[in-house]
Design a protein around this ligand. Structure first.
Ligand code: SF4
Ligand code: SF4
Length: 208
């Protein structure tokens, strides 16, 4: 009786037919080389020369193309540019300018609905006198979903079209109540998603 060793048992079965290595099929292991004839040599030289010409042509065309250098952020070439309606940018808290206080009553609806947990609020007072005294939004965590604005029953928080939110540290991405209040002075009301008007050309495209 033949002794079956552990190595024999784990040896992979030979792969049939065309999957065998070329040498096992009796074929040469290396692909046939292009024969070195004068014609082939000339064709190879011509191909090499053409790639050099092509590369220089691309360089030449780029050389005469008008150059555009954006001195951003010192000079913003898009200064007359505005994001599309409904763009969700930086945050602001709306104030009741007559009463001289924020609309926010620290009801926590926005903080509770926020899927990223990036709103932190502290309130003071009771019932209609209740007002937010601390309000933080961590825009580094925010996913700009607009749920907080939709959930707010007091027209107190909004997202502005301001897209300049980049910062060089995570701490600078956290907006506090003073920042949010100052930014909100430009706004009378929070912009709700349902109020966003689509540009005329988009509406025409959809209806066609
Ligand atoms: S936009 Fe969305 S993720 Fe950002 S603070 Fe509001 S609810 Fe949270
Ligand atoms: S912003 Fe609106 S939803 Fe959020 S705590 Fe203030 S009042 Fe409530």
């Amino acid at each position: 009786m033949a002794l079956i060793t552990r190595d024999d048992k784990h040896k992979p079965a030979p792969v049939p037919g065309p999957y065998l290595p070329s040498t096992a099929r009796g074929e040469p292991d290396v692909p046939a080389r292009t024969p070195l004839t004068p014609w082939n040599l000339l064709a190879a030289i011509a191909e090499g020369a053409w790639t050099i010409v092509l590369g220089h042509w691309v360089t030449l065309v780029s050389f005469f193309r008008p150059k555009i250098t954006d001195q951003y952020p010192h000079r913003d070439p898009r200064r007359d540019w505005q994001p599309r309606p409904g763009y969700r940018g930086d945050f602001a808290l709306i104030s009741n300018k007559e009463a001289g206080r924020l609309n926010c009553t620290a009801c926590m609806a926005c903080a509770n609905i926020c899927p990223s947990g990036c709103i932190w609020i502290e309130g003071e007072g009771k019932a209609k006198d209740r007002v937010a005294v601390q309000f933080y939004v961590d825009t580094g965590l925010c996913q700009y979903c607009w749920l907080c604005v939709e959930a707010c029953p007091f027209d107190a928080i909004t997202m502005t079209p301001d897209y300049e939110t980049a910062a060089d540290s995570a701490a600078k991405l956290i907006r506090d109540i003073d920042y949010l209040r100052a930014r909100g002075l430009e706004y009378e009301h929070a912009l709700k998603p349902a109020e966003v008007e689509q540009p005329a050309e988009e509406t025409a495209e959809e209806s066609s």
